[in-house]
Structure formats: structure tokens, C-alpha cells
Design a binder for this molecule. Structure first.
Ligand code: DX5
Ligand code: ZN
Length: 220
């Protein structure tokens, strides 16, 4: 079945532990943690001390989305803080191949993110060693933005390429994901959906359950 990765950026920062427990109990699979450096993206979010503190209050898989320049500089630190999956942007890495190897050497799964304007071909050569590709469906930096429709075609193309190569690379979508567009994202080939506002606005536990119902209906 597909995996829901609630994005902590959409949670109530005064009550992170409460919100994390709610989504965990309701059946979320990953916790998506957005690290922003104010350089690769305009905003600054949170870093290693926050991730390390939260590691103690949940068993969820930590999926850390590094929206930072040259993320290779932080692989060791983010892994030590508790990351299970470390996701780097193709646009932010001068040596993407070696950064992926370093993530694996640190004992984490390696994911590569693509900004909306970056073609799927940017990851073609590294697909065999990449555990997950993140297709951004908004320009990264903020929660609560509107889904960019052409991301759907990128998911389809990527899924086709993954099949051609006989791989089982996970395909994640992040930005503007809602209960409404989730079915077509799954149909296009995505199997990990990140959702910030559509999980944490309202009742997080109930929202997670609604997403899971959609996953079940899609039979994925
Ligand atoms: C945006 C972040 C997202 C964000 C998603 O740059 O990478 O993970 O929190 O938030 P929503 O689901 O509200 O678009
Ligand atoms: Zn993200």
C-alpha cells in the first residue's frame, strides 16, 4: 500500500509531540521533516536539534527533506539526529552520485528531489542507486501552496522509466497534495505522498485516516 508522510511543517509548532502522536496512531508511515537553509530556498525552518529531540517521541520513519545548498555537508549530522531517509535536491548537489553514496555509507536510504522545473532525466543515471525520487509539485520553501499540475506528467514519466529499468524505486510527491488529487497521483505511479496542510489543518488523525481510505480504495 502507498505511504502517507505528513509534513511537520504544517503541524502546530507549540504541540509537535501531540501532533506527531496523532498522525502515528492514525497510521501514517513516515514523518516528513523539511530542513531549509534560507539559501537554497528563501525560508529557514528547523535543523538537527529539533529532529534529534523528536526522535525520542516517535517510532515513525524520519524522511528528511534537505532544502539546503550542498547537503553533503550535513549527512553525518542529520543521520545522527535520527534520519532514516535523507533526501537531497539534484539542483543543490555538485556531485550527486557521490552524495548518494555518502548517504548509504551513513546507513540511511537515499532520496533525490527534483524542483518543478527540473526534468526527470536529471536523475536517470543515478536511478539504480536511488531508493526514492521526490517529485516536487510546488516550488520548495513553504507549505500551503497550490499543486502544479504538470508534476503529474513527471510522475508518469518517472514511473515508466523505473519500470523500463526493472527497478522498484519509490516515487514521492510533495506540495499541494490533497484528498482530492491523491487518487490521480497514485494512479500516475506515486507511492509516497507528503501532505502538510491537508493533514494538519483540522483534525490530523482523522485526515490521515481519510488518506489511508483512499490508498486502500486505490488498492495500493
Ligand atoms: C515545501 C515542503 C513541503 C511542505 C508541504 O517546500 O517541502 O513538504 O511542507 O506542505 P503542503 O502539503 O501544505 O503543500
Ligand atoms: Zn518537503
Amino acid at each position: 500500500m502507498a505511504i502517507l508522510a505528513p509534513s511537520l511543517l504544517g503541524a502546530d509548532f507549540k504541540n509537535l509531540e501531540r501532533d506527531i502522536r496523532a498522525v502515528e496512531q492514525a497510521g501514517a508511515g513516515y514523518l516528513h521533516l523539511d530542513v531549509m537553509d534560507g539559501a537554497f530556498v528563501p525560508s529557514i525552518s528547523f535543523g538537527m536539534p529539533v529532529i534529534a529531540a523528536l526522535r525520542g517521541c516517535t517510532g515513525l520513519t524520519f524522511d528528511v527533506h534537505m532544502m539546503v545548498e550542498e547537503p553533503a555537508r550535513y549527512i553525518k549530522d542529520v543521520r545522527e539526529a535520527g534520519a532514516d531517509i535523507i533526501c537531497v535536491h539534484a539542483e543543490a548537489c555538485r556531485h550527486l552520485d557521490s552524495t548518494i553514496s555518502q548517504i548509504h555509507e551513513a546507513g540511511a536510504k537515499a532520496a533525490v528531489a527534483l524542483n518543478p522545473s527540473t526534468p526527470v532525466s536529471a536523475v536517470d543515471l543515478v536511478l539504480p542507486q536511488t531508493d526514492m525520487v521526490l517529485v516536487m509539485s510546488v516550488n520548495p520553501g513553504f507549505g500551503g501552496q497550490k499543486f502544479i499540475p504538470y508534476a503529474l506528467d513527471k510522475v508518469r514519466n518517472l514511473k515508466k522509466r523505473v519500470r523500463e529499468l526493472g527497478l522498484d524505486t519509490d516515487i514521492q510527491v510533495d506540495g499541494g497534495v490533497t484528498l482530492q488529487n491523491a487518487p490521480e497521483l497514485l494512479e500516475a505511479g506515486a507511492n509516497v505522498l507528503v501532505a502538510g496542510s491537508s493533514v494538519f489543518r483540522g483534525d490530523p488523525g482523522e485526515n490521515v485516516k481519510e488518506f489511508i481510505k483512499i490508498f486502500e480504495r486505490a488498492g495500493q
